[in-house]
Design a protein around this ligand. Structure first.
Ligand code: IPM
Ligand code: MN
Length: 351
């Protein structure tokens, strides 16, 4: 029995979550596993009513689940940063989900803006460190509102943080067993202190434990270019938090966009949280036009993480089946040629 916490969230979050749960129900019935859903209403509406984002007690409660499914967080009436920091980042940090796992995989019949590139060329994974870097909140503003205003936002990398991300990435590279090649993406030519720590972790751990994995290095600016020019060069990438945030948006767009891209916030020793990479897209709320495939893809990752590997494979195959049916005209909201619910029905019928 899997105990799953569900935070549907804001905007179109609840609509895509419904479709992911529909597919979960179908695959649960087909595979014969059981689960229990517990729904939480954290998000913009609750914040506007009560001033609460993710209370400490709720964080404690979330620790008791086997996994968490998150729809989307973000509300047009709430200032930027409040919900992001108060809910999403609080969960990532509080539950020590130190890996943000973001596959960049172009499925068949999905358009990529890259000329002459197809599913053969676009299939890699970004392992984004998820609890350090520029996201810790270290720093602040002094003399605010004056000409002397000073703002600092400190990048924090620890050897422990870099090492555990690097080790996770090496293990994943081995498990994928494709090119057995791991890229470190950093900026060692400018961010020499931070880059040095990553470089040391990458090479020390690689030398000691992973001599079967080929190590490569790319500066983040060059890697951004190569994602577009030569995505086939990559197998697994490990990088710090903000670089990972930025390059995975490039990864998302070359593999069909936010309509289909999913990720997992993973604590290998604790509770993990799976989400579509896209936001709450409030302008599409309630119109049955948002693409639920990213959420369904997040459910595929969630099942894999729970050890329901056959179910996970079935869900991914059903996504591919839906794409191969030719019925879904585009990955973009409003251009799919069918509604949110109809896409969910189609995938559920194919698991
Ligand atoms: C993401 C998002 C978040 C991030 C925001 C919403 C805080 O962009 O999941 O990539 O920066 O990590
Ligand atoms: Mn992002």
């Amino acid at each position: 029995m899997h105990r799953i916490a569900v935070i549907a969230g804001d905007g179109t979050g609840p609509e895509v979550t419904d479709e992911a749960l529909k597919v979960l129900e179908a695959v649960g019935a087909a595979e014969g596993f059981t689960y229990e859903l517990t729904k939480f209403d954290f998000g913009g509406e609750r914040y506007l009513k009560t001033g609460e984002t993710l209370p400490d007690e709720a964080l404690e409660e979330l620790r008791g689940f086997d996994t968490i499914f998150l729809g989307a967080i973000g509300h047009p009436d709430v200032p930027p940063g409040v919900l992001e920091k108060g809910i999403l980042l609080k969960a990532r940090f509080g539950l020590d989900q130190y890996i943000n796992l973001r596959p960049v995989k172009l499925y068949p019949n999905v358009d990529t803006p890259l000329k002459d590139k197809g599913p053969e060329e676009i299939d890699f994974v970004v392992v984004r460190e998820n609890t350090e870097g520029m996201y810790t909140g270290m720093g602040g503003v002094q003399y605010a509102g004056t000409d002397h205003e000073v703002s600092t936002q400190i990048h924090c990398t620890t050897y422990r943080g870099a090492s555990r991300a690097v080790r996770y990435a090496f293990d994943l590279t081995r498990k994928r067993n494709l090119r057995k090649q791991l890229h470190l993406v950093a900026k060692t030519n400018v961010l020499t202190s931070v880059g040095g720590t990553w470089w040391r972790a990458f090479n020390e751990i690689g030398d000691a434990e992973y001599s079967d994995v080929t190590r490569e290095y790319a500066h983040v600016d060059a890697a951004s270019m190569w994602f577009v020019k030569n995505p086939e060069w990559f197998d697994v990438i490990v990088t710090e938090n903000l670089f990972g945030d930025i390059i995975t948006d490039i990864g998302a767009i070359i593999s069909g966009g936010l309509g289909i891209s999913a990720g997992g916030n993973i604590n290998p020793e604790g509770v993990s949280m799976f989400e579509p990479i896209g936001g709450s897209a409030p302008k599409y709320e309630g119109q049955d036009v948002i693409n639920p495939l990213a959420a369904i893809n997040a459910m595929h990752m969630l099942l894999d993480h729970l050890g329901e590997t056959t179910a996970a494979t079935r869900v991914e195959a059903a996504i591919v089946g839906a794409l191969n049916s030719g019925q879904i005209k585009s990955m973009s909201a409003g251009r799919m040629g069918m509604g949110t619910k109809a896409v969910g029905d189609l995938v559920a019928s194919l698991v």
